[in-house]
Design a protein around this ligand. Structure first.
Ligand code: PHB
Length: 391
């Protein structure tokens, strides 16, 4: 019954939207509804993406194809029910032209039906479970996927003396993707995952899990936790003396997150991760990006979330420019597909078939540069598609 009422209200909302859509199309404003976790456990993601979106606008102006861009930022506190309600309000009341943001997978999944029913392009700037782009044909992703970045590390590990691994992931979409793709590839390469541990997403206590890892004596512990939780893992890994027990920490770059890395201390030195963005990426474009981002945000270092937001804005601006603001959501979506451009992370491509991002994946090691900790890239795998789409 409750479900029927909910679906009914969506149908009504969408009917209202269809009438209002004409108005939105002829209006001289182009609205981007940016839904982010600005408070709560994922707040750093919201802060990074909002700052990046505003930087993009400051650098590229707020008028595109004769339309004034209006950014409407909403805080979903990373609760998917709130994300869905905000998305519905933005579509129905504000008549936004694009939905964007989405700090965690459950928020993106909860919004997908609204994007489909209202034909509103939805740019996922953070969430990174492989299957998200399959939840709606209106979704385009500017972040990354966990399978995309996990496989590279499972290729690197056995070549570097790591055969026996315990995995530790947050127990939801991206964590399960990381666990599965890391394990499959490591096994294929002759290594072995001896135990697969999963910690809750909300308020995790890593201590009992790390004790298990200590007892299991693997060559390495592989970790995925979402942006914002990495520092706690690093601290407890060191406090429990796992490094001294000869267990290496390897992880996706979500753990040595540039937002927190410099505060993790020298214990983080030498940790090898794989990811698509490092603030230390040595390109001219990235140097400019990091400097401008810091200048606009009291010295804050951009992380991979910021880059997802910055590039997502580029995808939206370019789609509006080439579709000339004509033709509504479908034309805008078409113009998002197939975009190829240089990002602060390197060259990226929005695959027209999957609407997912194709990008280089880097192996990096935490090193000190000018007294600060950075993820220094030492190898690259070019043009990596999401392996989750191959099946
Ligand atoms: C996700 O929920 O999809 C997610 C969040 C933070 C990350 C990666 C994935 O760092």
């Amino acid at each position: 019954m409750q479900k029927r009422i909910f679906l009914g209200s969506i149908a009504l909302a969408v009917a209202t939207l269809a009438a209002g859509g004409v108005m939105a199309q002829t209006s001289n404003t182009f609205k981007i509804g940016l839904i982010l976790p600005m408070t709560g456990q994922q707040a750093t993601t919201g802060r990074q993406i909002e700052a990046a979106a505003r930087l993009y606008m400051a650098q590229n102006g707020d008028t595109v194809a004769g339309k004034k861009i209006q950014l409407i930022v909403k805080d979903d506190t990373s609760l998917p029910d709130v994300t869905r309600r905000l998305a519905q309000e933005l579509v129905v009341n504000e008549k936004v032209n694009v939905l964007a943001g989405f700090g965690i997978t459950p928020s993106a999944m909860a919004t997908a039906p609204i994007a489909t029913q209202s034909k509103t392009p939805m740019v996922v700037m953070a969430a990174a479970t492989s299957s998200i782009t399959q939840a709606s044909p209106y979704i385009v992703r500017s972040s990354f996927t966990l399978p995309q970045v996990s496989v590279a590390l499972a290729d690197w590990a056995p070549k570097n003396g790591i055969r026996k691994v315990i995995t530790l992931v947050s127990d939801y979409g991206p964590g399960l993707d990381a666990e599965k793709y890391f394990k499959e590839r490591l096994t294929f390469n002759g290594g072995q995952v001896t135990e697969a541990l999963r910690v809750p997403l909300r308020n995790p206590d890593f201590a009992p899990f790390l004790q298990k890892v200590r007892d299991g004596k693997p060559d390495a512990l592989f970790v995925f936790v979402p942006s914002g939780a990495g520092a706690a893992v690093m601290k407890q890994f060191l406090e429990r003396g796992l490094d001294k027990a000869g267990i290496r920490l390897i992880a996706t770059g979500d753990v040595t997150d540039d937002d927190q890395l410099n505060d993790m201390g020298d214990g983080a030195l030498g940790v090898v991760t794989s990811h698509h963005y490092s603030a230390a990426h040595p390109s001219a474009m990235n140097k400019k990006f990091v400097e401008a981002f810091g200048k606009a945000n009291k010295g804050l270092r951009p992380n991979f979330m910021a880059v997802g937001g910055y590039d997502g804005m580029r995808v939206i601006y370019e789609a509006l420019r080439t579709s000339k603001g004509q033709g509504g959501g479908d034309a805008l979506l078409e113009a998002m597909k197939g975009q190829i451009f240089e990002s602060p992370r390197g060259k990226i491509f929005i695959d027209a078939q999957t609407r997912d991002i194709v990008q280089d994946v880097y192996l990096r090691k935490v090193e000190k540069k000018d007294g600060q900790l950075y993820n220094v890239e030492f190898d690259v795998i070019k043009d990596v598609k999401d392996p989750g789409k191959a099946k």
